[in-house]
Design a protein around this ligand. Structure first.
Ligand code: ATP
Length: 283
């Protein structure tokens, strides 16, 4: 079975505080986009679970989130894992704030559920996904949703009107644990207007959503990286983006566009300096 795993963007991302268990309480609006990995699941009648991909550095065994999802699926079914090869054609940049790994895990859950005659409802599948990672439940359901708690408490939202998205991952990586540690130290200057963004979604007001794109992690970036993120956002806005922001813990930056020609122009300009630049649409 072949299945697509869509990347996600954060239209808003707020960190509400640190919890006694060490995790942070988050509030974020998530949005799926057409940029996707392709997964192929091939049962082989054996006992081994193998994962392979076009990227040499990704884990091939149980450390891969695709394999973890398969193991959690069989566990929830009360069955021993089936022998299978999962092949991932990776297009979503890795460690980029777009939940690429979580989305692969979610795609495996959906594929196995289909192959087994849908024993689980989407909500049950999302609960199984929570054992793999906090972004997996959202990736199982997809679309536009409010995610709270560690990201696993989901409220579906009216879909964002279909628009063009330019996604650009600058050439540096960000340590997610370091950024979370830094967010505890910095005094956040602003928080996203999540309620306003939800109201704009309910009104079908794309400009209203785009005006409210906001990610508190931008305030926690080291100076040089924040400057780079600002530069990409400026290019997107100058090319006609309705709004621009960083996704997740970064460093990916994206802009929303009404007009395809403007999105293509932004894509072309950013691609000159950033290999990992993509043109996509919202799902
Ligand atoms: P998030 O937005 O959820 O924080 P991310 O985009 O920052 O995710 P990912 O690309 O999902 O990060 O995953 C990063 C880590 O997970 C890497 O260390 C990678 O080795 C590991 N990993 C395990 N399985 C996968 C997979 N299928 N695809 C990508 N990364 C994977």
């Amino acid at each position: 079975m072949e299945i697509q795993a869509n990347a996600k963007l954060n239209l808003t991302l707020d960190v509400l505080g640190r919890r006694p268990d060490g995790y942070h309480d988050m509030r974020m609006i998530m949005q799926s986009i057409t940029l996707s990995d392709t997964l192929t699941l091939e049962p082989d009648g054996g006992e081994e679970l193998r994962v392979q991909s076009n990227l040499q550095f990704l884990p091939t065994g149980e450390k891969n989130l695709a394999a973890q999802a398969a193991l959690r699926f069989w566990e929830a079914r009360g069955l021993t894992p089936r022998g299978m090869t999962i092949t991932i054609r990776k297009n979503i940049p890795v460690c980029a704030g777009m939940a690429g790994g979580s989305s692969d895990g979610a795609a495996v859950l959906r594929a196995l559920n289909r192959m087994e005659g849908e024993p689980f409802s989407p909500e049950e599948l999302a609960r199984i996904g929570a054992r793999v990672g906090s972004d997996v439940p959202y990736c199982v359901l997809g679309g536009t949703a409010l995610a709270e708690g560690r990201g696993e408490e989901l409220t579906p939202l009216p879909p964002l009107s279909t628009c063009w998205v330019v996604v650009c991952k600058p050439e540096f990586s960000i340590s997610t644990p370091a950024l979370f540690a830094q967010i505890d130290r910095v005094r956040l200057r602003c928080h996203p207007d999540t309620r306003g963004a939800v109201a704009a979604l309910e009104a079908g007001d794309l400009e209203g959503v785009a005006r409210r794109l906001y990610n508190v992690f931008e305030d926690a970036l080291p100076d040089r990286q924040r400057t780079r993120v600002q530069e990409i956002k400026s290019t997107l806005i100058q090319c006609g983006a309705l709004g621009a922001s960083m996704s997740g813990t970064g460093p990916t930056v994206f802009g929303l566009f009404h007009r395809e020609d403007r999105a293509r122009e932004a894509d072309a300009q950013l691609r000159e300096y950033n290999r990992e630049t993509f043109l996509a649409q919202t799902v």
